[in-house]
Unconditional design. Structure first.
Length: 221
């Protein structure tokens, strides 16, 4: 499937089958994680066969079950860490969906298992992404309209509309969709509102926007 098709078919999944990841799947994920780390400077890590992080009160309260695999989004502390984790985390989420896995962003509903991944000096664990074979494929979230999340003169360029449509398919914390795309000529400014994890959300929606719009059509402001 194309990434646009993957965006449309991917929904958050919190309940997983008791089915381990095979060696080929793990290899594909490691390759994509290595590419993301090299490009971003992050320290993203894949954790497999580790059932403790999502076997807690908060995880059960968040309706997670059967989670034994996850991606730990780790990186150097800094003002751009959350946005960067959102951007590259979503790249990994879509790759996982493309190879038949299901995922869910998890901000608070997990327990930090220090032996499962490493956090270096000056680094922090930003967020994790559960991963595996879902018991279902999830359900679509309600979405705002294009007019709710843009500031632009009409008529809208096709590439801009396609970018915003892709951004509206993105997962955001508590489905807030607190973002705004402002267009001026070929420059796009992406802004976030106030709320939980909106900087992570901004990275996620910017990745979606780039895929939908095509990076050759615009520059970020």
């Amino acid at each position: 499937m194309s990434l646009i098709e993957v965006m449309k078919s991917r929904h958050s999944v919190r309940q997983y089958q008791d089915k381990p990841l095979n060696a080929e799947t793990i290899s594909i994920l490691h390759s994509e994680i290595d590419a993301c780390n090299q490009e971003s400077g992050l320290h993203i890590q894949l954790v497999t066969n580790e059932p403790k992080a999502f076997d807690s009160f908060m995880a059960h309260y968040g309706k997670f079950s059967g989670v034994t695999n996850y991606i730990a989004m780790v990186g150097k502390k800094g003002k751009d860490l959350e946005e960067k984790c959102g951007y590259y985390g979503e790249r990994l989420v879509l790759k996982a969906q493309q190879i038949g896995l299901n995922t869910c962003w998890a901000a608070m509903t997990y327990k930090k298992i220090k032996t499962a991944f490493s956090v270096g000096s000056g680094e922090k664990l930003c967020i994790v992404i559960s991963l595996g074979y879902g018991k279902t494929q999830g359900i679509p979230h309600k979405s705002k309209s294009i007019d709710d999340v843009i500031q632009a003169e009409r008529p809208l360029p096709d590439w801009f509309q396609s970018g915003v449509e892709a951004a509206l398919l993105a997962p955001t914390a508590m489905n807030q969709q607190k973002f705004l795309f402002i267009l001026k000529e070929n420059q796009v400014l992406a802004k976030t509102g106030i709320g939980f994890y909106t900087k992570i959300d901004l990275g996620i929606v910017k990745y979606h926007f780039e895929i939908g719009a095509g990076t050759e059509h615009f520059v970020w402001k």
